[in-house]
Design a protein around this ligand. Structure first.
Ligand code: SAH
Ligand code: MG
Length: 222
């Protein structure tokens, strides 16, 4: 936990929920240990969606469709969501949830590895939610930049790995060490790409919010 547990609990206690269907789905996912967006992260995501009111949303990492459904409920009527998932066990559950929520017309699930699928997509998306394998964000990045339109928002979840990514060369396993190094590199790229304005927030498991700006706009005052 990055933020003190009692603070997070308090923030959770203020949550007014998402209605019966989604609240049940969150409960179920947490019971079944399916990784879904944290509550405080979800609150921020909803605010960003209301601000931006995106029409073409792309999600990398569907799991069972929880965050895709939250997004569907918080964007304009005509908005469309494309979401990518590669884990066969979760795909049928996601389809079922989209159907049960009567959102199957709004959400398109693409089955397979995002590294392949992203290449086949055509621009432009005005909101991209990156929430897949943490070690791969950097590999997805060139395609994500191609797909994101100017003014578009890129939200990346789990970027601070519970606050562990800066430290513990010796305390963490080799696998985590690699993931952490790759995530640090991803955050460096997000914060140093001239076309992006990025804020890294200690919300949930760490969340970064980037806006794609025209290259000329981000000139420093001399
Ligand atoms: N966004 C979901 C949670 C996603 S969990 C929610 O908040 O409800 C991350 C998911 O990304 C997992 O289900 C995992 O199978 C999937 N994933 C990881 N790497 C992927 C890849 N390369 N391509 C497609 N899906 C991937
Ligand atoms: Mg996540």
């Amino acid at each position: 936990m990055i933020v003190e547990e009692r603070v997070v609990s308090y923030i959770h206690s203020l949550d007014s929920g998402n209605g019966e269907f989604l609240d049940k789905l969150r409960f179920q996912a947490e019971e079944d240990k399916i990784p879904i967006i944290r509550q405080e992260t979800e609150q921020l995501l909803k605010v960003l969606l209301r601000l931006k009111q995106p029409k073409h949303i792309l999600e990398v990492g569907t799991a069972i469709g929880y965050s895709a459904l939250v997004m569907a409920a918080n964007v304009p009527e005509e908005s469309k969501i494309t979401t990518i998932e590669k884990y066969e066990k979760r795909i049928p559950l996601a389809y079922q949830n989209f159907q049960d929520a009567k959102m199957e017309d709004k959400i398109t699930l693409l089955e397979g590895d995002a590294i392949e699928i992203l290449k086949t997509l055509t621009p432009a998306y005005d909101f991209i939610f990156m929430d897949a394998a943490k070690g791969q964000y950097l590999n997805f990045f060139p395609e994500v930049m191609r797909l994101l339109e100017n003014g578009g928002i890129l939200v990346s979840d789990n970027v601070l790995q519970d606050g562990d990514i800066m430290e513990s060369r010796y305390l963490v396993t080799r696998r985590n060490r690699t993931i952490h190094a790759r995530m640090r590199e991803y955050l460096y790229v997000l914060t140093h790409t001239p076309q992006l304005q990025t804020s890294v927030l200690p919300v949930g498991d760490g969340l970064s919010v980037s806006v794609k700006i025209g290259a000329k706009i981000k000139e420093k005052i001399k």
